[in-house]
Design a protein around this ligand. Structure first.
Ligand code: S3P
Length: 449
């Protein structure tokens, strides 16, 4: 029995090829591991810290590229943010309404959350002019979903293709409160409007068709915002003008990152893994429910609450998986985990159907097309649907060359698929993982036995 070979090759253009060659038999995943801090919570802790009065202290911040983009933008807006590290990041807030006018374009990099949430804040800061941009992926992602409601509030925003694509220019205004009925269940849309409402006199309400992640609501309240939630109608109302005060934030591990190990542990025979300190906010745990439906052996241990967010250690043992259907209101609760769920489905008996997930087409890549193409290159049977995928499991995968399309979650999902393939899989542009999981490859090496 030989060991797995995991090689990272840096190319002349500094992109990376990750080559994963599992042994023919005998690979199993073992260990007690931790995943980096939650990306959604990390962004919000930095942003709210920046607009609060006094000092915010953040433990466990994700050191990925996306929060780095947020930190850079809010530094340019006047907040003093210490060097980023997981132990302790301090943010000296400037107080609501006090952004300085940045002397250059605000660059959100690859991060939709940075751009969309920041737009709500910028649009509601009268008397300042801002420009925002991002990388080529972000410049092709729809901004109309936040520009339109902000315009209904009186915002002045200009951009390409009828003000729908970044780069965008924003002339800050005193806005009017609205009740916005969002056509999509999106935490980025909801949070953008709530942040605009924070600096707007009166009551601003967002109603969404299904509940999306509620980290903004939890954290806004903790920082001192006046918020009321109607869970019967999926509505949140913010009353503008409240002062926010610096907080101590402890960021739990990201369940979206833990999901890679949960699927890996489920599909690689003989595995037994514990992922410690994972955020299990009910608006994010759709992946646990989906895996349980598929027959995965997953246990939540040591459940507790840390700084306003539920946290647990999650144990996974390998087991035979069966297909399932995933659609409807669960989709926003596992939207980022669908690429890795597709990998689980490839190794499950029967045909898994994923529907109502058209949002995947406007993520960091078109995750429906890219996952179908890349898994099919390895021999899987994945058919694209307009709003999801149909995946017939049980065909063995054969290692080949696949491409992340610079999407972090695709890079990591394909790496997990490679663990159960015959032969070597080369994942092109694997460096994308650093957006949300900088040490993904070292943890992979650590647990492979
Ligand atoms: C996020 C919301 C989700 C998610 C993204 C992070 C957030 O996007 O896919 O990775 O932190 O608010 P949508 O709001 O577009 O669904």
């Amino acid at each position: 029995m030989s060991a797995i070979v995991i090689t990272l090759e840096t190319q002349a253009n500094s992109s990376e090829h990750l080559i994963i060659h599992p042994p023919l038999t005998g690979l199993s995943l073992q260990g007690i591991i931790r995943v980096p801090g939650d990306k959604s919570i990390s962004h919000r802790a930095l942003m709210l810290g920046a607009i609060a009065e006094g000092e915010t202290q953040i433990q466990g911040l994700l050191l990925g590229e996306d929060p780095r983009s947020t930190a850079a933008c809010f530094r340019a807006l006047g907040a003093e943010i210490s060097e980023l590290n997981t132990e302790l990041v301090t943010v000296k807030g400037i107080g609501l309404g006090n952004f300085q006018e940045p002397i250059d374009v605000l660059d959100a990099g690859n991060s939709g959350t940075t751009m969309r949430l920041m737009l709500g804040l910028l649009a509601s800061h009268p008397g300042r002019f801002f420009t925002v941009t991002g990388d080529s992926s972000l410049r092709s992602r729809p901004m109309s979903r936040v520009v339109k409601p902000l315009q209904q509030m009186g915002a002045q925003i200009w951009g390409r293709k009828g003000n729908t694509l970044a780069p965008l220019a924003i002339q800050g205004q005193a806005l009017q409160p609205i009740h916005y009925h969002s056509p999509i269940a999106s935490a980025q849309v909801k949070s953008c409007i709530l942040l605009a409402g924070l600096n707007t006199e009166g009551e601003t309400t967002v109603t969404e068709p299904a509940l999306s992640r509620d980290h903004s609501e939890r954290m806004l309240r903790a920082y001192g915002a006046r918020l009321s939630i109607n869970s019967d109608t999926n509505s949140v109302t913010i009353t503008g003008g409240a002062k926010l005060y610096g907080q101590k934030v402890i960021v739990p591990g990201d369940i979206s990152s833990a999901a890679f190990w949960l699927v890996a542990g489920a599909i690689v025979p003989g595995s037994n893994l514990v992922v410690e300190n994972v955020g299990v906010n009910p608006t994010r745990t759709g992946i646990l429910e989906a895996l349980e439906l598929m027959g995965a052996d997953i246990q939540l241990e040591n459940q507790r609450e840390v700084a306003g967010e539920p946290v647990a250690d999650i144990r996974v043992r390998s087991s035979g998986l069966k297909s399932c259907t995933i659609a409807g209101d669960i989709i926003p609760r596992l939207i980022d985990e669908i690429p890795i769920l597709a990998v689980a489905a490839v190794f499950a008996q029967g045909t898994t159907i994923i529907r109502d997930a058209e949002e995947l087409r406007v993520k960091e890549s078109d995750r429906i097309t890219v996952m179908a193409q890349q898994l099919n290159k390895m021999g899987a049977k994945v058919t694209e649907l307009p709003d999801g995928m149909e995946i017939t499991g049980g065909t063995p995968l054969i290692g080949t060359q696949v491409d992340s399309h610079t999407d972090h979650r695709i890079a990591m999902s394909l790496s997990i698929a490679a663990l159960n393939a015959t032969g070597a899989t080369t994942i092109y542009r694997a460096e994308a993982a650093a957006i949300s999981y900088p040490n993904f490859t070292s943890t992979l090496r650590e647990i492979c036995q």
